[in-house]
Write a protein that binds this ligand. Structure first.
Ligand SMILES: [Zn+2]
Length: 304
């Protein structure tokens, strides 16, 4: 039993390894001068790092998957040979290979049915004998691990079906939560929901502004020394908007607005600097000559 498991694991790694070679070839078509920057091959799982200044577009990912799966379905032979480096590089750009190798190299090649090389690598690993043995290939993710190094994670064999199942589950949950029938309605539903959200946000903001104006207009205020109007407003209000509205509603006046949680804004519109007024009150502030704000426990006792 143990032997069977080990054999399965070996095949799973072989599938991932041959697929890594095919991926490398596809990437080299897109990024002409790319170099492999690291690679990890596990059971039906591969991670491939390569040099590139940008990530792949969704179309490029789609094309890579399509091309590799086509090679799998076309059942191309995989050959492993020992030969001289010269012989190996005769048929393929030398830049594709890593820099240092001995005289004799182990070459892994994939041939199409016209006996043309589809993929060639100097490699000591074990491989499937025919591309059809990879079964299937799909890219799971891509990311930038450094500015010049991009990483692709992909799966092969039975893990492709598992991945499909995973994606399907995510879609099913999303479809259910959005109250639609099928995933094909997702884009439309999202557009609609986002528009509703924007409308609601705009409505809320406008309502809030009206409410703030009303509160400022109708609420009791006191006057004290340099200040024409002093307001104690509820903490729940958008304080930034409160200050903005007050500035326009009470032009030419000095206003002090605060909450019971010590937040305050001081607007000066009578020629005196807001900074100077705040200094006079002895509260911690930041801002400009026109208006300062801050948080200071002292605001609760200032006007008593
Ligand atoms: Zn290899």
């Amino acid at each position: 039993m143990k032997l069977v498991v080990e054999e399965c694991q070996r095949y799973a790694k072989m599938r991932a390894h041959t697929a890594t070679h095919l991926l490398h070839t596809e990437l080299a078509k897109i990024f002409k001068t790319t170099k492999q920057a690291g690679s990890l091959v596990d059971e039906d799982y591969l991670r491939f790092d390569f040099n590139a200044d940008r990530l792949l577009s969704p179309e490029e990912i789609h094309d890579i998957e399509k091309n590799i799966n086509q090679i799998i379905y076309d059942s191309y032979g995989v050959e492993v040979n020992e030969m001289s480096l010269d012989e190996a590089t005769k048929t393929w750009a030398k830049a594709f290979f890593e820099d240092k190798y001995g005289d004799k190299v182990r070459v892994v090649r994939v041939f199409n049915h016209d006996n043309e090389i589809v993929s060639i690598e100097l490699c000591g690993g074990t491989h499937v004998v025919n591309t059809k043995d990879i079964w299937c290939f799909t890219i799971v993710s891509q990311e930038a691990v450094a500015s010049w190094v991009k990483r692709i994670v992909a799966v092969t064999g039975p893990k492709v079906a598992a991945r499909l199942h995973e994606v399907q589950e995510i879609l099913d949950v999303t479809v259910e939560k959005l109250w639609i029938k099928t995933a094909t309605q997702l884009a439309d539903k999202l557009d609609k929901t986002l528009k509703e959200y924007d409308d609601m946000k705009a409505n809320l903001e406008s309502l809030e502004t009206t409410m703030i104006k009303n509160i400022l207009w109708w609420s009791d205020f006191s006057s004290w020394k340099d200040f024409d109007k002093i307001f104690l407003v509820p903490v729940e209000l958008n304080f930034k908007n409160v200050a903005f509205q007050a500035k326009w509603m009470f032009k030419g006046q000095n206003i002090f607005i605060y909450t019971k949680e010590w937040g305050f804004v001081l607007i000066a519109d009578k020629g005196t600097s807001a900074k100077a007024l705040a200094e006079k009150l002895g509260i911690k502030w930041w801002g400009t000559d026109a208006a300062v704000q801050g948080r200071d426990e002292k605001v609760l006792t200032l006007f008593k």
